[in-house]
Ligand binder design. Sequence first.
Ligand code: PLP
Length: 452
Amino acid sequence: MGRTVPARPPRAPVTPGLNATNDAALPSPNGKPRRRQDDGWLDRWALTVSDLTRLTNTHPMMDAIVEEQRGRRIRIGDRWLADFASCNYLGFDLDEEIIASVPEYLAKWGTHPSWSRLLGNPRMYPEIEEQMTELLHAPDVLVLPTITHIHTSVIPVLVGDGTIFLDGRAHKTMYDGAMYAAGHGASIVRFRHNDPEHLAELLDDAMYPSPRVIAMDGVNSMTGNAPDLAAFSRLATEHHCLLYVDDAHGFGLIGERAPDEACDYGTSGNSVFRHLGVSYDDAVLVAGFSKSYSSLLAFMSLTTPLKDALKVLAPPYLYSGPSPVASLATTLAGLEVNRRRGDLVRLDVWRKTERVLDAMRDLGIHTPNTSGHPIIEIPLANHAEIDEVGRYLFEHGIYVTMAAYPLAPKSEVGFRIQVTAANADDEIEELIAVLTSLKERFQLEQLHPATA
Ligand SMILES: Cc1ncc(COP(=O)(O)O)c(C=O)c1O
């Protein structure tokens, strides 16, 4: 059920303890108005993301409290819904074998040894890094708690006072890492999304200082499509740049190709470089375990000298609390399950995703997804309908990710379906039935003739 929130007053009320201090009555020390006095600063922030603020305050599919879950069915209030907003693509969050692996590690290590990595590494860390180096066929691997930690701490080290060439639609966390680097003296240059020709023009311009880093996504978190990584890799080598790729959504799902592969995702789930046959020379791959492996941990592929340098240069290695023991345990168990039956799980995700994509083709509903990846974005022809469309889905028992502005550009506002191995076939059929009736009531983008 949606929460109704009283209409906001035009100005933020003064909240004791936040901005109403006794000091506020005193003259400001520098003669300027006190920044946090009753000046509406929080409302101004809220205004910059007003669509999202409104939906977050009023929409049942935003900021929801999930009371319980059974498989991929979740209960919000008194309503049960099929969850298509989960990024646990392989269903490892619900895998009995992986869940059963945790208590043994907790008994050995407690819940949380709390050392930063520099202070002490439970043995699980080198084990994960060794297994990941083997899985990725990378020179070496470094793990840190999250991708966000990696972007904000590693991009500034890689670029120094040089230039970051940032894809125009790079994930916000990478953008934030670039901004952090800019604070340390780097320049940021944006290139058109997925456009190696535009990037080549910019790289030809000698006015952008070195070192140079090209930063972009692997499998895109909205479209589900991968870039032409080989073209970007060639540019990186020709122009003496480092290619920095965030494949949060590809890792675990897509992997190296094999003649006997069961589906188009390839095998092993060892990420976009191996999937597209692109070398790690002049490149760093960043991804996480928090989607496909359902564990709070992230990693980067890199050379051993860079890894050694980051151990003393990247603040999360030196200072941040570590991932919980349960997450290190589920990462190790997930790697084991991946070796034994990962390809079967991927086949299952692929089959369920194909069923949804086929049905959408039959219905004439457009999605930018051309890859068959289980991220299916459905843009609305009229973005003002986002609120009602979301309510319709919710009331018909389907939970999705709302892609409201600024999570998506205004022209692409809509919703995103994620299919996971843990979604049962009857949930997939329910989804298709609801999409069928949704299309009768709302203006979805029509299938483009080229993809029809
Ligand atoms: C492409 C991409 N990068 C980074 C992140 C953030 O990852 P983490 O939670 O590990 O910081 C996300 C999360 O949605 C993502 O989609």
